[in-house]
Design a protein around this ligand. Structure first.
Ligand code: ADP
Ligand code: MG
Length: 682
C-alpha cells in the first residue's frame, strides 16, 4: 500500500488540529479518506429555459429582481425570504430558507443567478444558491459534499484540492491494466480528480463507473477468497452421511419429494460429508417445502452421531417446527426438543442437561439457542430458518457454538437471482425452484374496503365447505395517527358478523406465550375457523386447511411481506384465495396491488419490487453483511456487481494473469482483510 495516503489529515497544508477534529466527525482521519470523500451529488449550474424544466427538478436561472424581498422569522433561527423575479417574461417567486442575510443584495432591478428546485405548479423556485449578476461558468456542475459542523461543502472542497495537490501523484492504481482496458475504465487518479472537479456530467458518470467497479471487485475478491479458504480448510469434521439412510427416510415420507428438493438434499448432504465447512444459503419460495429438506438432512446428521440446531425468529414457528419434526422423526428414534423463552426453571435445566449429554438430537428454538448456558454435546449442523430476521452477529455466535460447524441459512424472502448470488458471494446458494405437485396457484384479488360485505360472504362459502380463513391487520390497537384497522376491532366486528356460525380467534404479539399457543392450537385443530392476527403469522405458520387470506390495508405492506402472508394459504390440495383490501392513493401503490394479483412467483415479485421501490431499502437493515461502499450501490449497480463477481472468481482461482506488482497488491489487501494468512493465495 501507499504510505503517503495513510498519513493523518494534518499533513495537508491548512488543516490544523481544530479542522482535523471536525473532519473526524465525517469519518475522515487519513489523507486517503479525505481524498476519497466523494460528493454525494452535483449541482447543475447550466442556465436553462424554465419551459424545459420538469417539476421538482433543480435548475439555475438568471432574472431581474422585481420586488423588495420580504422576510418572515419563525423563532430565533428560522426565517423565510421571498421575492419576485422576472425570468424571460415569466414572473416567478423565489424563496430561501434561513438566508435572511441575502436581503441586502436583492434590491429591485438587480440581475441575479439563482439555483434551486423548480415548482412548476406554483411557479416558485426554492433556492439553494444566489449570486450577483449573470454567472455562466466554465464548470457547470458543482460537487456537493456531505458535511457537518462548521465545515461547509466549499471548505471541504478546498481541503481536498490541497490534499490532491500535495499527494495526488501518489494515488495508487489497484486495477491491472488489462481489466481497465477490458471495461474501458479510467485510471484511479483521473477518476478521483473528475469526481471532485467535474467538467461535465458525462465525466462524473465515467469516473463513478470506475470507482464502483473497483469497490465491487475488491468486495468480491474478499468474498471469493473467504469462500476458497473456507472450502480448503480441512475442518476434520467430515460427517458420515449415509445415502441409504437418506433414501430410506425419504421413501417413508407421506409424499414424494420434488426433484428440486432432492437436488438440494444432495447438495447439502455432500457439503456435510465433505471436509470443508458448509456455508450455504437455501432459497425457496413460501410453501416450496424447505422444512422437510431440513428434516431429512438433520436426520442424516443424527444418524452420523451429531446434533443439529434449528433457529427460527418466532416462538410460534419454533413450536410448529418441533411438532412437525417430531411427527416424522420420533418414530425413527430421533429426539427433537424445543428451547424457548417460555421454557423456564427446572424444565429448562433438564433440557440443557439432556442436550449436553447428547440425548437430544435436534434442538429447535428462537435466539434463546444462543444464550451462554446452552451447551451441546457434539453440534455438527446449524440451520437458521428465515435467516433475514437474524443479525449477522447472532448468526456468528450460533455458528461458534460448535467447532467448525456446518451452517445452512434458509430464507423464503426471494432475492433477485443476480443479487443473491452476488451479495451472498461467500456462500454457496441452493434454490428450490419447484412447487410440490398438485399445488393450485393461489388466486389473488384486490378489493376496495367498501366491498367488505362481498368479501365476507365469499369467505363464508369457504367456511361452509369446511375451510378456514386468516384475516391480517397491520396494527394491534387503534391509533389515531395511522388510520388503520386494528386486529382487536376487526376481531370484534367479525365475531359479531359470524356469531352462532363460526368462531373467531385473535392473535397478536402482545399476548403471553401460553395464550399464543392456545390461540394457534385452536386454529390448527379447527376449533376456531377464522384467525384475526397481526403479522406474527407472517413466517412459516402452517395450517393446510386454511384457504382464505384477507389482508386489511394491504397497501401498508411491502410486496415481499404480502407474499409471505399470502403463503400461509395454498398449503393443501384445495384452491386458495388471497384478498387484498386496499385503497392506495399513489400510482405505485396501485401498481403494487396489481402485481400481487398477477403473479405467485416470489422471484418475479422481488424483481418487480426492486424496480418499483428502487435502491435503498431492499435489504432492509444492515443485516445483509454488506460493507458501506463509497459510491457503489448493490441495487442500482447490480450489473457491475455481477461482472465483478465473475472476475473475482477467476482471479482467486488464478485463472487470470496478473503482474507481480498487482499480485502483491492483491495479496496485501487480502491479508489486511484477514482472509489470507501469509502464503495462502497460491
Ligand atoms: P416452506 O418452504 O415455506 O417452509 P414448508 O416446509 O412449510 O414450506 O412446506 C409447506 C407444506 O408443503 C407443508 O405442509 C409440507 O408438509 C408440504 N410439502 C413439502 N414438500 C412436499 C412435497 N414434495 N409434496 C407435497 N407436499 C409437500
Ligand atoms: Mg418454512
Amino acid at each position: 500500500m501507499n504510505e503517503y495516503m495513510k498519513l493523518p489529515v494534518t499533513e495537508v497544508k491548512g488543516i490544523g488540529d481544530e479542522t482535523a477534529k471536525q473532519l473526524e466527525a465525517l469519518g475522515i482521519y487519513l489523507v486517503e479518506e479525505l481524498i476519497e470523500h466523494f460528493p454525494f451529488r452535483y449541482e447543475d449550474y447550466k442556465l436553462k429555459d424554465l419551459h424545459e424544466v420538469k417539476h421538482d427538478e433543480r435548475v439555475t436561472i438568471v432574472g431581474v429582481v422585481q420586488s423588495e424581498p420580504s422576510v418572515r422569522y419563525y423563532g430565533k433561527k428560522k426565517n423565510r425570504l421571498s421575492f419576485r423575479l422576472l425570468v424571460n417574461q415569466l414572473l416567478i417567486t423565489v424563496t430561501f430558507f434561513n438566508r435572511a442575510f441575502l436581503k441586502k443584495q436583492l434590491s429591485i432591478g438587480r440581475e441575479v443567478t439563482v439555483t434551486g428546485k423548480w415548482d412548476q405548479h406554483r411557479l416558485t423556485i426554492t433556492g439553494t444558491e444566489c449570486r450577483q449578476g449573470k454567472e455562466e461558468r466554465d464548470q457547470t456542475i458543482e460537487p456537493i459534499y456531505s458535511v457537518s459542523g462548521s465545515i461547509t461543502s466549499k471548505s471541504l472542497k478546498k481541503f481536498i484540492y490541497q490534499a490532491l495537490s500535495q499527494f495526488g501523484e501518489q494515488i495508487p492504481e489497484p486495477l491491472p491494466l488489462h481489466l481497465r482496458e477490458r471495461y474501458k475504465l479510467l485510471g484511479k487518479k483521473e477518476a478521483i480528480y473528475r469526481l471532485h472537479f467535474p467538467p461535465n456530467q458525462e465525466a462524473v458518470k465515467q469516473a463513478r463507473r470506475r470507482i464502483v467497479y473497483e469497490e465491487f471487485l475488491f468486495f468480491q475478491l474478499k468474498m471469493q477468497a473467504f469462500r476458497k479458504s473456507n472450502r480448503e480448510q480441512s475442518v476434520g469434521q467430515s460427517l458420515h452421511i449415509s445415502k441409504e439412510n437418506i433414501t430410506e427416510f425419504i421413501e417413508g415420507l407421506p409424499f414424494p419429494l420434488t426433484s428440486a428438493q432432492k437436488r438440494v438434499v444432495d447438495e447439502i448432504s455432500s457439503d456435510l460429508a465433505s471436509t470443508y465447512r458448509m456455508n450455504r444459503l437455501l432459497q425457496g419460495d413460501v410453501g416450496s417445502g424447505k422444512t422437510i429438506v431440513a428434516a431429512t438432512c438433520m436426520y442424516a446428521v443424527a444418524k452420523a452421531g451429531y446434533q443439529s440446531a434449528l433457529m427460527v425468529p418466532t416462538e410460534i414457528l419454533a413450536e410448529q417446527h418441533v411438532t412437525s419434526l417430531q411427527q416424522v422423526l420420533e418414530p425413527k428414534g430421533i429426539r427433537v426438543e424445543l428451547l424457548s423463552g417460555s421454557i423456564k426453571g427446572k424444565k429448562r435445566k433438564e433440557r440443557l442437561k439432556a442436550l449436553e449429554a447428547g440425548d437430544i438430537h435436534i434442538l429447535v428454538g428462537t435466539h434463546a439457542l444462543i444464550q451462554e448456558d446452552v451447551v451441546f454435546h457434539r453440534l455438527g449442523f446449524v440451520i437458521t430458518d428465515e435467516q433475514h430476521r437474524f443479525g449477522v452477529e447472532q448468526r456468528r455466535v450460533l455458528r461458534d457454538k460448535g467447532e467448525h460447524v456446518n451452517v445452512l441459512f434458509m430464507t423464503a424472502t426471494p432475492i433477485p437471482r443476480t443479487l443473491a448470488i452476488s451479495v451472498f458471494g461467500d456462500m454457496d446458494v441452493s434454490i428450490i425452484d419447484e412447487m410440490p405437485a398438485g399445488r393450485k396457484a393461489i388466486e389473488t384479488y384486490w378489493a376496495k374496503p367498501d366491498m367488505l360485505e362481498r368479501v365476507l360472504s365469499f369467505t363464508e362459502k369457504e367456511l361452509t365447505a369446511g375451510r378456514q380463513a386468516y384475516v391480517i391487520c397491520p396494527l394491534i390497537e387503534e391509533s389515531e395517527k395511522l388510520d388503520v384497522q386494528n386486529a382487536i376491532d376487526v376481531h370484534a366486528i367479525l365475531q359479531q358478523h359470524f356469531t352462532g356460525r363460526y368462531s373467531v380467534g385473535l392473535m397478536h404479539g402482545r399476548l403471553h406465550p401460553q395464550e399464543k399457543d392456545a390461540v394457534m392450537e385452536a386454529f390448527s385443530r379447527n376449533d376456531t375457523q377464522i384467525l384475526v392476527s397481526t403479522t406474527v403469522v407472517e413466517v412459516g405458520v402452517n395450517v393446510p386447511n386454511a384457504t382464505v387470506m384477507i389482508i386489511y390495508d394491504a397497501e401498508r405492506f411491502g410486496l415481499a411481506q404480502l407474499h409471505q402472508l399470502r403463503g400461509r394459504v395454498g398449503r393443501g390440495d384445495a384452491q386458495s384465495y388471497c384478498i387484498l383490501l386496499a385503497d392506495p392513493k399513489s400510482e405505485v401503490g396501485k401498481e403494487r396491488m396489481r402485481i400481487m394479483t398477477e403473479t405467485n412467483d416470489g422471484f418475479v415479485l422481488s424483481e418487480r419490487d426492486l424496480e418499483l421501490r428502487g435502491p435503498g431499502d431492499f435489504f432492509g437493515a444492515k443485516q445483509s453483511g454488506l460493507p458501506d461502499f463509497k459510491l457503489a450501490d448493490v441495487v442500482h449497480d447490480y450489473r457491475a456487481l455481477e461482472v465483478a463477481r465473475q472476475d473475482a472468481v477467476k482471479i482467486i482461482s488464478l485463472d487470470e494473469f496478473w503482474t507481480a506488482e498487482h499480485y502483491n497488491f492483491l495479496r496485501t489487501f487480502l491479508e489486511e482483510q484477514g482472509v489470507l494468512n501469509g502464503d495462502k493465495l497460491d
